[in-house]
Design a protein around this ligand. Structure first.
Ligand code: AMP
Ligand code: ZN
Length: 472
């Protein structure tokens, strides 16, 4: 049975979807003003495991992920420049060019990491009409107001505003969270639509419809929180099963999504809210100014398999803080290579060997670990248990067992091992070496072993025969 830790209740809750057999999921996607760093990617690796766990548990998944290409301001609270505009100025590109470039890079990264593609990937700029309709309906409900720089949601009109994140609104009033905009009615009020700054031509701006704006029509752009609410409503409906994001989204972004969506529909936005904790780099927060925002390309440049990064992420639970260091990544890479060397036995073992039930039991425990709030560290232990059972059987291990473990590593954990059979020539060399050893011709045997070693094939002599593995 699946259980998830639900952020608003702070409890583990058994999972039951709205429609039996299908699970609707919304994942807050990246703001495409720059390359994603390892912290961002760790978040998407976590939600990849969620999708895989649900799929292995027999559910169909219908998942939407947005791409924020407009409206996410430097502060999450509607202050400062639009991140896209700031970056476009720096790179001497238009915001549209920048969005295209970094979205493409994000999609390429998803492929490289073998992250399951959401059924819908939706860009904020493709949902402008839906966002304007959303504002119009909120306006009709009397929960919006207009000030000089935009149209805002009046959070005092949503009585449960503080409950999701257990916010201390009195404290907020002191300005602890937000640099107060003196025109806002409440410090927690947030922009649904920002007006383009006077005398500034933005690359991304739209007419504010006359029935929404008071006074003369102005150009504007949507506030960051609105896109998610509008996309969820359009693509998935009023209430979804699972909403995911990083813990940084709890107090502002998700709180605001809930306020606007639930005011509009009168229904809960999501039944389960899952939030990933943060990845640190060398024990500190990932930040451009500290120069520690490591990219996937840097891992690739060091010739480290990106699957090792994924394994590194899975070694910690999604709700605990994790720490990226190059040493940790190299250790994960070694662990992965070790797994691959056992899986490579599928081409070597006795094809008539029968399965060992202990392997299936270990894999069932691994799936159970994932089903218990995505306990990936425990799942890895059970996978390793299964691999050990295979390893100890040497060439008597069953090929079905090996393939079963490989399938779980791939489908459950999303780890694609690079393993391939050796060539016919290399197989012949191994056979010749076996013949030499039978004749106690150690010189030839050593020579043939060295030939293979030069080809990065390592031989291990066991009672049943030689076992090869690839040297990394
Ligand atoms: P952003 O593009 O800033 O909206 O971030 C994309 C996703 O990455 C969000 O879900 C964030 O919560 C998440 N995120 C940002 N930094 C980290 C980090 N250091 N560790 C884990 N997740 C992060
Ligand atoms: Zn969102």
């Amino acid at each position: 049975m699946l259980r998830f830790y639900n952020t608003p209740s702070h409890l583990y809750e058994p999972f039951a979807p709205i429609a039996s057999g299908t699970v609707s999921i919304y994942t807050c996607g990246p703001t495409v003003y720059d390359y994603l760093h390892v912290g961002n990617w760790s978040s998407y690796v976590r939600w990849d495991i969620l999708v895989r766990t649900l799929t292995l548990s027999g559910y169909n998944v219908n998942r939407v992920m947005n791409i924020t290409d407009v409206g996410h301001l430097v502060s999450d609270e509607d202050e400062g420049q639009d991140k896209m505009v700031k970056s476009a100025l720096k790179h001497k590109k238009t915001a549209w060019e920048l969005a295209r470039y970094y979205s493409d890079d994000f999609m390429a990264g998803m492929d490289k990491l073998h992250l399951v593609q959401p059924q819908h990937i939706t860009k904020a700029t493709d949902f402008i009409d839906e966002q304007l309709t959303f504002i119009r309906e909120l306006k009709d409900k009397g929960v919006t107001y207009q000030i000089d720089d935009g149209i805002y949601f009046d959070t005092a009109k949503f009585p449960n505003y503080a409950s999701f994140a257990r916010l201390d609104l009195e404290h907020l009033k002191d300005g602890a969270r937000i640099t107060p905009n003196p025109q806002k009615r409440n410090p927690s009020d947030f922009a649904l639509w920002k007006f383009s700054p006077k005398h500034e031509k933005r690359d991304m701006e739209w007419d504010t419809p006359k029935d929404i704006v008071e006074g003369t029509s102005k150009k504007g752009f949507p506030g960051w929180h609105l896109e998610c609410s509008a996309m969820i409503l359009k693509k998935l409906g009023k209430t979804i099963d699972i909403h995911t994001g990083g813990i940084d989204h709890i107090p502002v972004h998700h709180t605001n999504e809930i306020a606007q969506s639930e005011t509009l529909t009168g229904k809960p936005l999501a039944h389960y809210w899952l939030h990933n904790n943060f990845l640190l780099v060398n024990g500190t927060k990932v930040s451009k100014s500290l120069g520690n925002s490591i990219l996937l390309s840097e891992i690739e440049k060091k010739n480290i398999d990106l699957m090792a990064f994924k394994l590194f992420v899975l070694q910690s639970h999604y709700r605990t803080e994790s720490n990226f260091t190059w040493e940790n990544l190299v250790a994960a890479n070694n662990r992965l290579n070790n797994w691959a060397s056992i899986i490579e036995r599928k081409w070597q073992v006795n094809t008539t060997s029968t399965s060992d039930s202990k392997v299936s039991v270990a894999l069932a425990s691994a799936l159970d670990a994932l089903q218990q709030d995505l306990d990936t560290p425990r799942a890895l232990i059970h996978v390793e248990e299964a691999l050990r059972y295979i390893e100890t059987r040497g060439l008597e291990a069953s090929p079905e067992d090996i393939m079963e473990v490989e399938a779980f590593i791939q489908n459950g954990l999303g780890l694609y091992l690079h393993s391939s059979d050796i060539t016919a020539g290399q197989k012949l060399t191994i056979k010749e070496r076996a013949d030499a050893r039978k004749k106690s011709d150690w010189k030839t045997s050593d020579h043939l072993r060295d030939i293979l070693k030069n080809q990065k094939i390592l031989l291990k002599d066991t009672d049943e025969g030689q076992i090869w593995s690839r040297l990394q």
